[in-house]
Design a protein around this ligand. Structure first.
Ligand SMILES: *Cc1c(COP(=O)(O)O)cnc(C)c1O
Length: 436
């Protein structure tokens, strides 16, 4: 049985898909953090690349991927689509399970798809340095890599507790030449204020965002970069779904269900949006399932309203599902899914009933991840394992009902830097986070 569906480099999609072209009503505009009035998109240019700001509000259905970006994508793209034959056998399910694997990228996740595009546009526009924040380090390593490729400097504010306890991603960023600063730091007003109040602060993503933004606004030719949530980030990730469409066609199948994990929503949207366009054109029904941790149940338990992207209230407000910008999730191992908000595009699709959201406890997630690793050989990132576990549950239902569903999993990354999380799971030390 054929298990891998590879595209040639010549078949790499040359356009990203922009779902904004297909919304009946435009998304609510971002609001200025001070005045709470709709923000002039030009104001975003103080932080982001002009081309990315244009993409943020564009209604062109397709946007060409620049040749220079395609050239870098070819280091690892197209990524493989696998049929999970061994997993199907282990589950004794009549379902056919596929997974689109982004763990073959240089830094092991989908994140370089947007990091490379953003760094390219900045290079063209004369930016010399990009700043960002990182928690566990997935986004920081992707941006560090992309900056190095295009000759930009990169400054990453890394939450201090991760900087000290998870050194390997930090080292990876340093290999790519980035400057990695434990946050809170003495470099910024925001960091100094925190340190005066609490010299031993272990930091938070919110503080790190404030430090990165402050630095970008203060230093010349320095801009800020975000790895999820915004429309242009989701746009760049659609290369994943465009490839998967072609690959499932090679396999002679079409998905009944597309499952992805959701932190800010970029890998999930990147995979499902091209299938949304295509299934509508063909008049086919596809279920789109977004999976989040029970410990950070943004879509399943949050409310839809305008909220800040960060704790310090420096970012524009976006209308999205949110748990409140002061929400501090418990320290679960899927670090990339610990965000209080979600992409406004995903919120819109949930409101339209196109996307359904479910939440999972981390103990169940790791149980699914180990089953998957034993069957398919790949150790999933704890984030991706949320999608894996949900697919397993659906496939088990198919065993009961006899339905031959075709399930497509977004496997957003590998878990090679997450062995301490797996060690805790294997030792029975992972704590279950109840949903109440
Ligand atoms: C960052 C990350 C996520 C979550 O981010 P999204 O924007 O929701 O995709 C998921 N999986 C992996 C492997 C990540 O690194």
């Amino acid at each position: 049985m054929k298990r891998v569906f590879n595209l040639t480099q010549g078949e790499l999609p040359r356009r990203w898909y922009n779902v904004l072209a297909d919304f009946d009503n435009p998304l609510p505009p971002p609001l200025d953090p001070r005045t709470k009035e709709p923000l002039d998109p030009d104001a975003l240019k103080a932080l982001f690349a002009e081309e990315c700001v244009a993409q943020e509000v564009s209604t062109d259905r397709f946007i060409d991927i620049p040749e220079e970006v395609l050239e870098v994508y070819r280091l690892w793209r197209p990524t493989p689509l696998f049929r999970a034959v061994n997993l199907e056998r282990a589950l004794e399910t009549p379902a056919r399970i596929y997974y689109k694997y982004e763990g073959t990228s240089p830094t092991g996740s989908h994140k370089p798809n947007t990091a490379v595009a953003q760094a390219y546009y900045h290079r063209v526009e004369g930016t010399r340095c990009l700043t960002t924040e990182t928690g566990a380090g997935q986004w920081g390593s992707a941006l560090s890599f992309a900056c190095h490729v295009f000759g930009l400097n990169c400054t990453v504010y890394m939450v201090r507790v991760s900087y000290e306890q998870k050194p390997y991603r930090r080292v990876m960023m340093q290999i790519y030449g980035a400057e990695v600063i434990p946050s809170p730091s003495e470099r910024t007003e925001a960091g100094r204020t925190i340190l005066v109040a609490d010299p031993d602060s272990t930091g938070s993503l919110g503080i790190a965002i404030s430090e990165a933004i402050e630095t970008a606004l203060r230093e010349p030719a320095t801009k800020y970069s975000l790895g999820s949530v915004l429309n242009h980030v989701l746009l760049h990730q659609t290369v994943v779904g465009e490839e998967a469409l072609l690959q499932l066609d090679m396999a002679g199948d079409y998905p009944d269900v597309v499952v992805g994990c959701v932190g800010g929503g970029s890998n999930f949207a990147g995979l499902m949006l091209p299938f949304l366009r295509d299934s509508r054109a063909r008049g086919r029904a596809v279920e789109f399932v977004a999976v989040e941790p029970v410990a950070c149940p943004t879509i399943t338990r949050g409310e839809v309203r305008y909220d800040y992207g960060d704790t310090a209230e420096m970012t524009p407000l976006l209308k999205m599902h949110t748990l409140g910008h002061g929400f501090v999730p418990p320290p679960i191992h899927a670090g990339g899914l610990r965000y209080h908000g979600v992409a406004p595009i995903v919120t819109r699709l949930v409101e339209e009933g196109v996307v359904k959201a479910v939440s999972l406890d981390q103990v169940n997630v790791f149980e699914g991840a180990v089953l998957f690793a034993q069957a398919e050989g790949i150790v999933p990132a704890p984030e991706s394992a949320h999608a894996v576990r949900t697919a397993i549950d659906i496939a088990r239902e198919c065993r009961e009902t006899g339905q031959e569903k075709v399930i497509l999993i977004g496997l957003s990354g590998h878990g090679h830097f997450d062995m301490s999380a797996y060690a805790d799971y294997l030792a029975g030390k992972l704590v279950s986070i109840s949903s109440t």
